[in-house]
Design a protein around this ligand. Structure first.
Ligand code: NAD
Length: 346
């Protein structure tokens, strides 16, 4: 689902990579394209039309660009593009949003942070995706407004389990981020996390941070983090911050997973209306999401690794889109970058 703004540009790049993987490895992927977000509002008056939902439910995996843009940004509009995305996550039951943040040595100069801080950064943020304040009851009258934040024990348990399991497959460190000094939902989050990790994952090194401190530690000692688990809104904000460790919001992929193999894969960035239609968007976040799709939903590990290796090779050879270009790099368009990457695939 390309969506809006640069969504169609980066999803086209992702599909070209998938097609090449199919050719190289002898697979046949059946891809159906559907509308979501502003594009779907224009065509059907609904940001998530029924045929989009049906197709997603029948598919092994869903690849999404981004939704939204100034055309649909009236805060008082009853139908907004983001509603389509939130509903889709709920409908697919994808409660665990995995956002890997790995700093490539070649891109250290593209980040505004000092290279000494960035060396060795390799972390994954596991963000709870279908609960919390984004899904709570909303109300508004002339002089007040409220958004309710609710978490149930089972929602916290299942996301912490995903994160703790991931930590056991990595460096064995888990950091849970909350705001337990102020929020009741965070106090429940902390109690459940402490209990679950102690009983089911005693070998894990568990750290707990308040979200304000976590925002600071992500910039002062990012290489010390392994897996970070947190609620929906904190994860949303912290991963945009963490993206700057890699040099650009355009670099980061994500996988949203539930209880089955099916997943929703999307770059973490938005529709970037400021650069839409110019052909200069960085496709790395989407292409890395395609690699996650191959790995998690289709169990094609070799293919996934080859896509990641091809991306790293293009970047090490100096190929950069404008957002990550420094010094003498030749600045590539979205299509030129994708073409070079495809040439690196078997
Ligand atoms: P954004 O992520 O779209 O853009 C922020 C900045 O990063 C912009 O300067 C943009 O040019 C740059 N950027 C983002 N992706 C890039 C890429 N691939 N290559 C190069 N540069 C890139 O955030 P925003 O401007 O706050 O939001 C724009 C619209 O996107 C809004 O309507 C917002 O609601 C929507 N949005 C959608 C999603 C989603 O679909 N998941 C996520 C965030 C924001």
């Amino acid at each position: 689902m390309p969506g809006d703004g640069i969504g169609p540009e980066v999803v086209a790049a992702g599909r070209r990579v998938l097609e090449r993987v199919a050719q190289s490895y002898g697979h046949r992927f059946v891809c159906n394209e559907h509308l979501i977000g502003g594009a779907a509002i224009e065509a059907h008056g609904d940001p998530l039309p029924p045929d989009t939902i049906a197709s997603c439910q029948e598919s092994d995996a869903v690849l999404l660009g981004a939704v939204g843009g100034p055309r649909w940004s009236d805060p008082n509009a009853s139908t907004r593009p983001e509603q389509g995305l939130l509903r889709l996550r709920k409908v697919l039951g994808v409660f665990a949003n995995l956002r890997p943040v790995k700093v490539l040595a070649e891109l250290v100069d593209a980040s505004p942070l000092k290279s000494s801080i960035l060396s060795g950064v390799d972390l994954v943020v596991v963000r709870e995706l279908t609960g919390g304040i984004y899904f709570g009851e909303k109300s508004r009258d002339e002089t007040s407004a409220s958004d309710v934040c609710t978490y149930h024990t089972h929602e916290i348990e299942r996301i912490v389990r995903v994160a703790a399991l991931l930590a056991t497959q990595r460096r064995g460190k888990l950091c849970s981020v909350d705001k337990a000094n102020v929020l009741e939902t965070s106090r429940l989050w902390r109690d459940v996390t402490n209990r679950l990790v102690a009983s089911e994952f005693p070998e894990i090194d568990l750290e707990t941070l308040l979200v304000d401190a976590a925002a600071m530690h992500l910039l002062s000692r990012p290489a010390e983090f392994d897996v970070i688990v947190t609620e929906n809104m904190f994860g949303d904000i912290l991963t945009d911050e963490a993206s700057m460790l890699t040099g650009s919001l355009g670099m980061l992929p994500s996988a949203s997973l539930g209880d089955t193999q099916r997943g929703l894969y999307e770059p973490i960035h938005g529709s970037a209306p400021d650069i839409a239609g110019k052909g200069i968007a960085n496709p790395c976040g989407t292409i890395a999401s395609v690699a996650m799709l191959l790995r998690h939903s289709l169990a094609l590990e070799e293919e996934a690794s080859s896509v990641e290796a091809a991306m790293t090779k293009v970047i090490s050879d100096g190929g950069r889109t404008a957002d990550i270009a420094t010094g003498n790099n030749k600045v590539l368009t979205t299509d030129e970058f994708t073409e070079l990457l495809i040439q690196q695939l078997p």
